[in-house]
Ligand binder design. Structure first.
Ligand code: HAM
Length: 430
């Protein structure tokens, strides 16, 4: 029978990759805590309508990238393509929105988009997302950006990662419900006699989602847009003020940024702030994180009652690409405290010792296939064991185990009843 392989655009995170993920996730958790963001976990699939209404029917995500299926009851379900819509559903459904004036949430999990796979773009990928729900203060937008940068800078410093030193923060305002139509109209008028020079996708966007033409990567579209009207000139005074305050807050926080007036992002729920953190290390899929404000999304699901919010998501696979040449691989090397070498005659006694050590929080492994001593030492080396403990018939007879320091090769005899305490202090002496 033919071998079954993983689905195109998905990844296996094997031992070392999983350890890398665990390290990064710990940094997410610690740094989120410093900003008082708390984790919640929500389902991987939701009713399709949540994403249709939340993200917008005309977006690429909803119109062509969702993994949608009918369940056994003929209800349309979709694997989440992003986290914000589900988080919004959860805070409303569980009344968190009424219980707390401000909800500061983070989440880590897999997302699904049927995009054409390439480096940094997968069909199953992982995000670290943060959402701050309940305030329209532009300082919050700056804080969301700051937390992303705090994490990236921490990783850069801890992992000696020069690739993380050259990140670019781009910000823009996309206006609000009341002023967005003004800009859309100005853009429509500007493009009216230039439509034919746009790529086929943008010709379609001209009809359905005109704002998205702005961030088309196609060279001919970029040329057409060179003298396009600027969003900032068409947004209302409230949006201008909000954007100016965001810029001011970022300056106060010593955060460098570039205003990219063409940054509009691929989800329809954004109002006012839109931002992306880009790395030239990533090639065409250059955004490691992106986000913005979504002051009207919650009203869509909350009986029309609007609650302002802002958030972002960071692509974990993209982060791992940037971290490829960093110290992360070294940190993520497997490690084991003790490898126990056993023989047929000592396996029974040895197993009780192993259990005792494990109960004392020492990580221990052995080769229960009881291969030759040479093979067992090889396994100890492979598992990066700090110590080898040899338990043979001599050791049992003398009530003393032989402990070998795998780094120095020095051996010593230790009586069985002192093993746990001696090993524990040896392992924690630094
Ligand atoms: P997004 O820009 O669609 O925003 O995704 C955020 C990040 O997820 C991207 O910058 C990228 O690093 C990563 N990403 C997106 N698609 C893929 C893919 N196919 N393969 C690998 N990585 C990918 C959102 O998802 C919004 N929910 C962010 C947000 C939260 N806005 C407000 N709150």
């Amino acid at each position: 029978m033919a071998q079954i392989n993983r689905v195109r655009g998905t990844n296996d995170f094997l031992y070392e990759d999983s350890r890398k993920l665990r390290y990064i996730e710990q940094v997410f958790a610690q740094k989120s805590k410093n900003y008082n963001f708390e984790q919640i976990r929500i389902p991987i699939f939701e009713y399709t309508e949540l994403f249709q209404r939340g993200i917008g029917e005309a977006t690429d995500i909803v119109s062509k990238e969702m993994f949608t299926f009918l369940d056994r009851g003929n209800r349309s379900m979709t694997l989440r393509p992003e986290g914000t819509a589900g988080i919004v559903r959860a805070v409303i459904e569980n009344s968190l929105i009424n219980e707390r004036a401000i909800n500061k949430i983070y989440y880590i999990g897999s997302m699904y988009r049927a995009e054409r796979p390439q480096k940094g773009r997968y069909r199953e990928f992982n995000q670290y997302g943060i959402e701050c729900i309940g305030t329209d203060n532009p300082y919050t937008d700056a804080e969301v950006i700051a937390l992303n940068l705090y994490i990236l800078n921490t990783l850069s410093a801890n992992l000696n990662c020069s690739a993380l030193e050259s990140l670019e923060l781009e910000i823009n305002t996309v206006g609000c419900q009341s002023c967005k139509p003004n800009y859309n109209e100005a853009l429509r008028q500007y493009l009216d006699d230039k439509k034919d020079s746009l790529c086929a996708v943008c010709q379609n966007r001209y009809e359905k989602n005109i704002l998205r033409i702005l961030d088309c990567k196609n060279a001919s579209c970029a040329a057409v847009l060179e003298n396009a009207p600027q969003i900032y000139d068409h947004v209302c005074s409230e949006c201008k003020e909000h954007f100016d305050s965001l810029c001011f807050s970022l300056k106060e926080m010593n955060i460098d940024y570039t205003i990219n007036s063409k940054l509009v992002r691929g989800l329809d729920y954004y109002t006012k702030t839109a931002f992306e953190i880009k790395s030239n290390y990533l090639g065409t899929q250059s955004a490691v994180a992106g986000g913005g404000r979504y002051d009207n999304l919650i009203a869509t699901f909350n009986n029309g009652k609007a609650v302002p919010a802002v958030g972002s998501a960071m692509g974990i696979e993209r982060l791992l690409i940037i971290l490829e040449d960093s110290k992360l691989s070294e940190i993520a090397k497997s490690s084991l405290d003790v490898f126990v070498i056993l023989f047929k005659e000592s396996v029974c006694f040895g197993t009780t010792i192993i259990n005792e050590l494990r109960k004392n929080n020492i990580s221990v492994d052995s080769d229960l296939n009881l291969r030759s001593i040479k093979s067992q030492f090889k396994s100890a080396d492979k598992s990066n064991a700090k110590y080898c403990l040899i338990i043979g018939s001599d050791e049992i007879e003398n009530s003393m185990a032989t402990l070998r320091d795998m780094h120095t090769g020095i051996e010593q005899k230790i009586s069985f009843d002192k093993l746990s305490s001696i090993l524990y202090s040896l392992l924690h002496k630094n």
